[in-house]
Ligand binder design. Structure first.
Ligand SMILES: O=P(O)(O)OC[C@H]1O[C@H](OP(=O)(O)OP(=O)(O)O)[C@H](O)[C@@H]1O
Ligand SMILES: Nc1nc2[nH]cnc2c(=O)[nH]1
Length: 177
């Protein structure tokens, strides 16, 4: 099934049921890995809002949630420079931090966030991303521990991810054709 968003056509890549199943498995792992730790989940706005909402409902250990907002993409293109729109809202000193991303593409956003978070002297930092484009990744990031799906180097929308601000509300994830 093809859909149109703004001036672009997209086709189905991942169905919501598939995404939900994968999230349940990731959450089981997180519940085990952070038992008795009280981690802080940091959602990266805007894109991660749906993923974080679904993920956190499957987390049964004691935990906190906070957000940061950074952006660099316009349409399909990264503008290169990361802009911090909302910074850290709490101290992360000695905390176990889990950065929650919808997608890691070039890795530039994550590199920026890791630098910002590491300055706070957290006890540990791990990244949980729903999507990873291994072929696009420009830098090795050892903190990427939890990955939902590795996907090809194609622009995707839906389930929180946008094209020109549109499509975040789609239940499934689509790729550009
Ligand atoms: O690995 P990178 O190449 O840096 O790309 C990944 C980032 O791009 C998207 O954010 P975007 O800047 O589009 O902001 P948004 O979440 O508000 O859509 C996405 O949510 C990631 O944070
Ligand atoms: N919507 C969207 N945002 C991105 N940010 C980095 N890569 C992507 C992508 O494929 N789709």
């Amino acid at each position: 099934m093809k859909i149109e968003i703004d001036d672009k056509q997209f086709e189905l890549l991942l169905e919501y049921e598939q995404i939900k199943k994968r999230i349940r498995l990731i959450a089981i792992q997180l519940n085990v890995d952070f038992e008795n730790r009280i981690p802080v989940f940091i959602g990266v706005l805007n894109g991660s809002f749906i993923f974080l909402a679904d993920l956190i409902k499957e987390i049964h250990i004691s935990s906190e949630v906070s957000f940061v907002k950074v952006s660099s993409y316009e349409g399909e293109k990264s503008k290169g420079k990361i802009k911090k729109e909302i910074g850290l809202q709490m101290s992360l000193k000695d905390r176990d931090v889990i950065i929650v991303e919808d997608i890691v593409d070039s890795g530039k956003t994550l590199e920026y966030l890791l630098e910002m978070i590491n300055k706070e002297n957290p006890a540990s930092v791990n990244v949980c991303t729903l999507l990873l484009k291994p072929k696009s990744l420009k830098i090795q990031i050892d903190e990427i521990t939890y990955v939902g799906f590795e996907i090809p180097d194609e622009f995707v929308v839906g389930y929180g991810l946008d094209y020109n601000g549109l499509g975040r509300n789609l239940r499934d994830i689509y790729r550009a054709v």
